[in-house]
Design a binder for this molecule. Structure first.
Ligand SMILES: Cc1cc2nc3c(=O)[nH]c(=O)nc-3n(C[C@H](O)[C@H](O)[C@H](O)COP(=O)(O)OP(=O)(O)OC[C@H]3O[C@@H](n4cnc5c(N)ncnc54)[C@H](O)[C@@H]3O)c2cc1C
Length: 375
């Protein structure tokens, strides 16, 4: 049987995992990346990405996350380094909020190892939080974070070791189906294949050419704060944390620890849809005004952690209309697979998305339950 030749557009988060999985299964893989692998212009920069299983966004994500967790632990073992740090998680919210309630319901439905805490217990276990008495929290033992720079490098490495060809500095300009496959036009000529995966992140809308996809890129700010040594924010004192704000956006962050790529300090950010931007003209510089994204909330809920802002970075989300992913075969051709709309919460799914995309590209179907996020 001849090997299927699959072209993957975008060797970012999902594209790198798809290249690795396809190559591991014996496909002839060509990955095309307009920048370099691990660049800072996409969605995958900035040192850390939260991994949660108790998914308030939709309980059907949980089986995918269980598989992702197995694959993250396997990746740690295979690569001989800690890319996924299972440091636990705590999620906090005011009474009546869906954030903790739906996380808890998803956890119960899928028998996850979680614990509910009242405000007094939160303050005693995680003294950095200064929350009102009527708040509650969910503690999740198997949560943690991933270092995206390392996960993308690892998947690219696995792809190369299994014979994939990964081309950097090659921008895809367009694609079309032919009688027997697909033809992709790039800044370095045409590439022919049997199938195509579009994993273009913030550029997915233009690449996929699907009117109803509606992927909206937005600018997001990450901050690193010089929290005082007395603040209980270090690895061992604080897990990955997320706290719902009054406007339903979520302040979140990571334990401070040495040995990670990028800036030092206590990393904090806010998860929200954000202002729409053209990803080709995204303002990556940051200014004092960007601190307003997270510092007022830090002052309110974690005052002991407040210190000078050491560094900030701007990154890009690719928001779908409802915040859910859009995965599946292209409506005009089943030779083309689209992975889009990861809406600021996709990285934790990277290895399982590699499996889903490889399934769809090679067999046009997958055993993973993705109906609720299908195109
Ligand atoms: C600030 C921030 C914080 C986040 N926090 C979390 C978190 O805590 N937990 C979590 O799970 N997720 C988080 N996310 C979301 C997660 O990082 C993204 O959902 C995920 O990285 C999206 O992957 P992607 O493959 O769609 O996009 P990307 O990783 O950006 O990859 C797309 C790739 O396609 C390439 N490309 C685009 N157009 C072309 C073209 N024409 N030709 C060739 N190549 C092209 C791009 O250069 C890029 O490399 C966060 C995202 C941001 C920005």
């Amino acid at each position: 049987m001849t090997r299927k030749r699959i072209i993957v557009v975008g060797i970012g988060t999902m594209g790198s995992a798809a290249c690795a999985e396809l190559a591991r299964r014996g496909a002839d893989v060509i990955g095309l990346e307009r920048f370099s692998i691990g660049h800072i212009y996409g969605a995958h920069g900035g040192q850390s990405r939260a991994f949660r299983l108790s998914y308030y966004e939709h309980p059907d994500y949980v089986p995918l996350l269980k598989r992702a967790q197995t694959l993250w632990l396997k990746l740690n073992k295979d690569m001989g380094r800690t890319i996924y740090h299972p440091v636990g998680g705590v999620y906090l919210a005011a009474p009546g909020s869906d954030f903790v309630r739906l996380s808890y319901e998803a956890a119960m439905q899928h028998e996850l190892d979680v614990e509910l805490l009242d405000a007094k217990a939160v303050r005693s276990r995680f003294p950095v939080f200064d929350i009102p008495d009527d708040w509650s929290a969910l503690v999740e033992a198997p949560a943690g974070f991933i270092v995206p720079e390392w996960s993308i490098a690892a998947f690219a490495d696995i792809a190369l070791r299994h014979g994939a060809e990964l081309r950097e500095g090659v921008q895809v300009l367009g694609w079309d189906t032919t009688t027997s496959g697909v033809r992709v036009e790039t800044t370095s000529g045409f590439v022919d294949g049997d199938g195509l995966i579009i994993a273009g992140g913030a550029w997915a809308q233009g690449l996929a050419g699907i009117d109803g996809l509606h992927v909206r890129p937005s600018r997001q700010v990450l901050g690193w704060v010089d929290a005082p040594a007395s603040a209980s924010v270090d690895f061992g004192q604080l897990p990955v944390w997320a706290l719902e704000l009054e406007d339903s956006s979520v302040l979140y962050g990571f334990p401070r620890m040495d040995g990670l790529p990028g800036p030092a300090g206590f990393k904090v950010a806010r998860h929200w849809a954000g202002p729409t931007m053209d990803p080709d003209n995204l303002d990556r510089s940051t200014c004092n005004a960007d601190e307003d994204d997270f510092m007022p909330h830090l002052r309110q809920f974690m005052p002991s952690a407040v210190g000078p802002v050491l560094d900030m970075q701007a990154c890009v989300y690719a928001n779908s209309v409802d915040g859910h992913f859009r995965i599946g075969l292209h409506p005009e051709s089943d030779r083309v697979v689209v992975a889009a709309g990861f809406s600021g919460h996709g990285l934790k799914f990277q290895p399982v998305m590699g499996e889903v995309l490889a399934d769809l590209a090679l067999t046009k179907e997958t055993q993973h339950a993705i109906e609720f996020i299908s195109m």
